[in-house]
Design a protein around this ligand. Structure first.
Ligand SMILES: Cc1cc2nc3c(=O)[nH]c(=O)nc-3n(C[C@H](O)[C@H](O)[C@H](O)COP(=O)(O)O)c2cc1C
Length: 357
């Protein structure tokens, strides 16, 4: 258990913000499984500031089950970040998180995401202005990487500067921007940051099992552990983390029930993103768009199961929600774990850019 401002977070195992993954349906699922917090994917502060309707839809959350609710904003302009923070808080967010780790050029090009690691005065000004805009009841947190590149591993400097202006907690992804998602995360940076500040530190990078999570807590002294790729297609990991031991793979019927629930919530959420008018003008029917965006989840759910390769090919061709339901039932009600397969294997081919694009 740990605190972010006035909010108690228990257990200290968090779903990482992930573009096109940490959407309302998946956030609710992992919280029901036992995650202590599930921050939204990165949301454009400019989109909120300029009242883009669709961006504002991304602020929608489950007011009962997502408490406290944490919204991640990205942007490089101080005033825009401050107004967006106020709007998110007015919309019900309990915690505002600032993205200072995103490596994608579309984001860093405007001075946002990991580019803020190269401009500490601006990073500090953003957090100050956001805090002033929302007040103490809504703590502001930040997620960083260990630095921009090998020549600039400044996580400790950034952490101290942010703490001085009242940052309430800091998540540290133990890779530089230049590393992207390649190679192993170097957890020693998390330990160094933890020793340098008093605010809670959330460790992040390469945790895919209960043993990994406890090793990170022990080795770094961090207050909480954030899990990204290891939770793709594996919300059950949070049940194991909460229990403090590996509970083993779910029974087939449970797997089918959960994926079906996820699919239904995903369809409802994505259909709700567009107005009737927009739907009339869309070249791709909204149901098809929703199925397409669900395909990645199907592939992740199948990871580590026998026959996953064939299923993956079939999943990529699915177009109708009813066909997805049939395919889920046919495959997952029978599929057995491959011998020796670890579900949590990280996908090297998985690219942030792909998720954003
Ligand atoms: C598909 C995908 C999307 C991501 N989107 C975001 C995001 O929106 N905001 C963010 O701060 N980090 C994002 N990340 C980074 C993760 O939050 C996390 O820092 C990173 O994956 C390392 O943790 P892991 O080794 O547990 O995956 C994303 C990562 C992935 C794989």
């Amino acid at each position: 258990m740990f605190h972010i401002g006035p909010h108690q977070i228990d257990p200290p195992f968090l779903l990482a913000p992930m573009a096109s993954v940490s959407e309302l349906p998946y956030r609710v699922l992992v919280r029901d499984m036992g995650a202590g917090l599930a921050t939204t994917e990165l949301i454009s502060a400019a989109g909120i500031h300029y009242r883009n309707r669709r961006t504002r839809q991304y602020l929608t959350f489950d007011r009962e089950r997502e408490r406290p609710h944490s919204v991640q904003l990205f942007g490089g302009v101080v005033e825009v970040m401050a107004t967006a923070a106020r709007a998110a808080a007015e919309h019900g967010a309990n915690i505002i998180d600032v993205n200072m780790g995103c490596p994608v050029r579309k984001v860093t090009g405007s001075g946002a995401g990991s580019a803020l690691l190269c401009d500490v005065p601006r990073a500090v000004a953003i957090v100050s202005a956001m805090r002033a805009a929302v007040g103490d009841a809504v703590p502001v947190t930040v997620k960083i990487r260990s630095g921009w590149d090998d020549n600039s591993r400044n996580a400790v400097e950034v952490a101290c500067a942010l703490e001085d202006v009242g940052c309430a907690a800091l998540a540290v992804h133990a890779r530089t921007r230049a590393q992207g998602y390649a190679g192993r995360a170097d957890w020693s940076v998390i330990a160094r940051v933890k020793k340098s500040v008093r605010m809670p530190i959330i460790g992040n990078g390469d945790v895919t099992s209960v043993a990994d999570a406890h090793r990170m807590l022990d080795e770094t002294g961090c207050d909480a552990v954030m899990i990204g790729r290891g939770a793709l297609g594996n919300p059950w990991l949070f049940a194991s983390l909460k229990a403090g031991r590996e509970l083993g793979p779910p029974a087939p019927a449970e797997r089918v029930a959960l994926i079906t629930r996820h699919l239904q919530a995903h369809l409802a959420f994505h259909l709700g993103l567009s107005t009737d008018e927009e739907r009339r003008l869309m070249r791709t029917p909204p149901e098809l768009m929703a199925v397409k965006t669900f395909r990645q989840h199907l592939v992740w759910y199948a990871r580590g199961l026998e026959g996953a390769r064939d299923f993956r090919q079939r999943a990529m061709a699915l177009e109708q929600p009813a066909a997805v339901l049939d395919a889920v039932d046919a495959f997952f009600s029978r599929a057995q774990p491959e011998r020796g397969a670890a579900h949590g294997a990280l996908d090297d081919e998985l690219e942030y850019a792909q998720a954003l694009g």
